[in-house]
Design a protein around this ligand. Sequence first.
Ligand code: UDP
Length: 279
Amino acid sequence: MDSIIAQTSSGSSTLVPEDRMSQLRSTNILGVRIHNVTMGETLAHLERMALSGSRHYLATVNAEWIVRAQHDELFRTIINGASLSIPDGMGVLLASRLLGQPINERVTGVDTVRQFAAVASRKNLRIFMLGSAPGVAERAARALEEENPGLRIAGTYSGSPDPREDEEIRRCIEEVNPHVLLVAYGAPKQDFWIHRNLPHLKVSVAIGVGGTFDFIAGVTPRAPLWVQSIGLEWLHRLVQEPRRWRRMMALPKFVIYVLLARLTGSHATKPNTTSSAGK
Ligand code: UDP
């Protein structure tokens, strides 16, 4: 059973024992831990984390992340220290089946944010939206508020993932004291940002959400459901944003790594889960 280490707001680390989150089922794909959760479970855990007063990091893992984690040890350590790692990509689901540790459901960052906005509106949870191009987070915030009457997004800020801006951004966030911080700088910049800054913030949950604000604001159209269901959302995105082709080279690599792992059984290595994302 994986145990989760969370950091309290005072900065000290506390193990959360006998906690429901510590009983989450997880799958190991090429040394990266991913939780086998449904959307319903993700929302429930997110709400609990948001109200916990501790600091938690939620990772939205896809095939590109796993390929990067093969050579970027810090990135792998950050993902494996997440309180919750959701299976964001269809590639993750297919790989989990090939490796004999099937994950049941795809849970994307964008769907999680959209559905969590309804929870936040009911429970009066404050959300801060950091990142994306100037104006996009504001538009996404207005869209979420329109979809969820009663929801007030606590703040938005475009900023930059450059560490020289960290302090100023933290000041902006602290002014409105949010429960949940969404960081849209793309992986791995957003996740490194969270790793550096979460210990200095009084935020209960930070999530790296990639292009979520672009989708919600309508800047990037989301693939139709049938395209998503056959696992080709990546292709739809490539057609929309051809500049992504270089990044897409990770996908054939992912297939090769997974097939090799299946042949050799090497995926069974236990991922490093000892670090806290809040560090
Ligand atoms: N982004 C940003 N600053 C940067 C790099 C990226 O604000 O220095 C934003 C970008 O505008 C987009 C988001 O990060 O809204 C996600 O980028 P990307 O599409 O690369 O992320 P993915 O969804 O593939 O993780």
